[in-house]
Design a protein around this ligand. Structure first.
Ligand code: AMP
Ligand code: TRP
Length: 338
């Protein structure tokens, strides 16, 4: 049998995960783990690129693990790893920093967005995409399921991997992004021109995966719509972004096309009601499982240890090949990558 293709993706353990994370990423991961050899990273090292609180980072890392398992990532099937547990990420990142160019990193939209207006921009925020490239390439990844906001980083990963392979030999698999056809960019409910984001200021337009049923209903009821007063799915019209967002959310959750969903509604109120019901149906079992997992921390820790073990094997192989190719003198005493 041919080897299964490899899937890899990652999430930062900071802030509370949103419906955007679920629809853009976690839901795809849950489906893809059935078919592909899958690795999911909790990227604690990426979380250092902006101001952070050490205790919150530590707790957030465990909480994110509980959440991924609660969403349905199966620890017997998939490898769930904390990035800092496998040294190869940081080690390969340096090689990537010395393969990517300053110009390439300067063009990253996420860097521009996150650094804007900040007086103390950490150097790691600038080199962030090199670490992300290392995450992906370390596991010889074929497919990277992510929301749309990450596509530029994956394009850069492909460029850097191709450059490395040409310069030093065929070391890395060239990965492809997998962006979901719908809800790849879930928008903020109060400001539908902006992405729903863990780090948004007031959070009123965010549905968090651990929100209560009441909170979900309230936030969706208050979602910004428009004055057209007709439930229509219109792509690329900024004036209709709010209704489009609700239609996409409901369409994905009920496995239909947004245009068909739209034809079932006349009033915005009914669309909101149905969307809230569908979201609650998805999220409330996740919330319950999350509480169960958080109640047994030693189980979480031991699943993460198994993840580390499995991940280290591939990571150390790739890293020693990359070190060798780039011209580092091998040392008999050192094992790289794990
Ligand atoms: P992050 O929250 O930045 O760690 O993102 C983790 C994953 O969730 C990435 O694959 C993102 O592309 C995805 N994601 C985050 N926010 C959204 C959103 N509003 N819509 C769709 N996908 C998202
Ligand atoms: N940069 C991604 C985000 O903010 C997280 C991430 C880090 C990632 N390493 C990755 C995603 C590797 C996919 C593959 O969402």
């Amino acid at each position: 049998m041919a080897e299964r293709e490899r899937v890899l993706s990652g999430v930062q353990p900071t802030g509370q995960a949103t419906l955007g994370n679920f629809l853009g990423a976690f839901r795809q991961w849950r489906i893809q783990q059935e078919e592909y050899e899958s690795t999911f990273l909790i990227v604690d090292q990426h979380a250092l690129t902006v101001e952070h609180d050490p205790a919150a980072l530590r707790e957030g890392t465990l909480q994110m693990a509980a959440l991924l398992f609660a969403v349905g990532i199966d620890p017997t099937r998939s490898t769930v790893v904390v990035q800092s547990h496998v040294a190869g990420h940081a080690q390969l990142a340096w090689l990537m920093e010395c393969t990517a160019t300053y110009g390439e990193l300067s063009r990253m939209i996420q860097f521009k967005d996150k650094s804007r207006g900040s007086a103390m921009v950490r150097a790691g925020l600038f080199t962030y995409p090199a670490l992300m490239a290392a995450d992906i390439l370390l596991y010889q990844t074929d497919l990277v399921p992510v929301g749309e906001d990450q596509s530029q980083h994956i394009e850069l990963t492909r460029t850097v991997a191709t450059r490395f392979n040409h310069a030093y030999g065929d070391i890395f698999t060239i990965p492809r992004a997998v962006i979901p056809p719908l809800a790849a960019r879930v928008m903020d409910l109060s400001h539908p021109e902006a992405k729903m984001s863990k780090s948004s200021a007031d959070g009123q337009g965010n549905i968090y995966l651990l929100d209560s049923d009441d909170q979900i209903r309230r936030k969706i009821a208050k979602a910004k719509t428009d004055l057209f007063n007709e439930v229509l799915y219109v792509e690329d019209d900024p004036a209709r972004a709010g209704v489009r967002n609700l239609l996409e959310i409901l369409a994905v959750l009920t496995d239909r096309e947004p245009k068909d969903v739209a034809s079932n509604f006349v009033r915005y109120g009914d669309l909101k009601e149905a969307t809230a019901t569908a979201v609650i149906e998805q999220l409330s079992p996740i919330r319950e499982r999350y509480q169960d997992y958080m109640g047994d921390r030693s189980q979480l820790v031991s699943w993460l240890a198994i993840g580390r073990e499995r991940a280290s094997e591939v990571a150390s192989q790739t890293l020693s090949r990359a070190y060798d190719a780039i011209g580092f003198l091998p040392s008999k005493e050192v094992t790289y990558g794990d």
